[in-house]
Design a protein around this ligand. Structure first.
Ligand SMILES: Nc1ncnc2c1ncn2[C@@H]1O[C@H](COP(=O)(O)OP(=O)(O)OP(=O)(O)O)[C@@H](O)[C@H]1O
Ligand SMILES: [Mg+2]
Length: 224
């Protein structure tokens, strides 16, 4: 068993953002399950607009099966930061799931960004997807310019096709542009017991798997 770095008493909060279908919810569910296995106290929070009863949310997943950590539905927008802080266990992690990235008036994303210590941008490595990174950066820049709390940003490559070279090319381009790209990538896995079929089931805990390594890497990033 690995020893996890100790998080501060107030814990840390991480938001996962990215376009629709970029693997945010699947990734968070697995990371929560791996955190529980490692004995790191954690909670999940749906930060999508309250009332959105779309299938496929983290809250719906956790209502169907025990994923190892409690998951809370989205609070009203103005309360996201307070609620995230209140629900995060001492020395633990709060993981905030969000809907498809949008940056318009009334979208929850600016509120979510100001509620967390770290933003994980889930990015399938294609040229088109990279342009979205600019929009997230713009939002962080906006928070800074109005004097609000602006979290760190790291990029997580998701839905990575094992046979394609695009993950390496994308990493080089992003790092060249000054982004931090996590060394773990989440591969596309369409197998019958793979990530594509995971929704609504207990996440599989495979030692040394991408989700296991990602959990350790995220802990190291927020502890440091
Ligand atoms: N690594 C993966 N390999 C294969 N399929 C995946 C993987 N990650 C997610 N999927 C599938 O892709 C679809 C979208 O995944 P998911 O719901 O996690 O994305 P999301 O970013 O949370 O989407 P939304 O923005 O709609 O909330 C789902 O059908 C899921 O099962
Ligand atoms: Mg989702």
């Amino acid at each position: 068993m690995t020893t996890s770095p100790l998080l501060p008493a107030g814990g840390r909060r991480i938001a996962f953002v990215g376009k629709g279908g970029s693997g945010k919810t699947t990734t968070i569910a697995h990371v929560l399950a791996h955190l529980a296995k490692q004995g790191v106290p954690a909670v999940g929070m749906d930060a999508d607009k309250p009332g959105d009863e779309e299938d496929g949310s983290l809250y719906v997943w956790a209502s169907a099966v025990d994923i190892g950590a409690p998951v809370y539905p989205a609070p009203a927008l103005p309360r996201i930061a307070d609620e995230a802080q209140r629900l995060t266990p001492p020395h633990g992690l709060g993981l905030l799931d969000t809907g498809a990235w949008e940056r318009r008036e009334g979208s929850p994303h600016l509120a979510v960004l100001s509620a967390v210590d770290l933003v994980v941008l889930c990015l399938p490595p294609t040229r088109m997807e990279m342009e979205r990174a600019g929009s997230v950066l713009g939002a962080l820049e906006h928070l800074r310019s109005v004097g609000a709390h602006a979290p760190r940003l790291v990029v997580l490559q998701t839905l990575v096709n094992a046979s394609a070279r695009s993950a390496g090319t994308t990493r080089e381009a992003l790092e060249g542009a000054g982004f931090t790209v996590l060394s773990t990538v989440v591969p596309r896995n369409d197998a019958h017991d793979g990530y594509a079929q995971a929704f609504g089931r207990a996440p599989r805990l495979v030692p040394g798997s991408p989700m296991d390594l990602l959990t350790a890497e995220l802990l190291a990033v927020v502890a440091g």
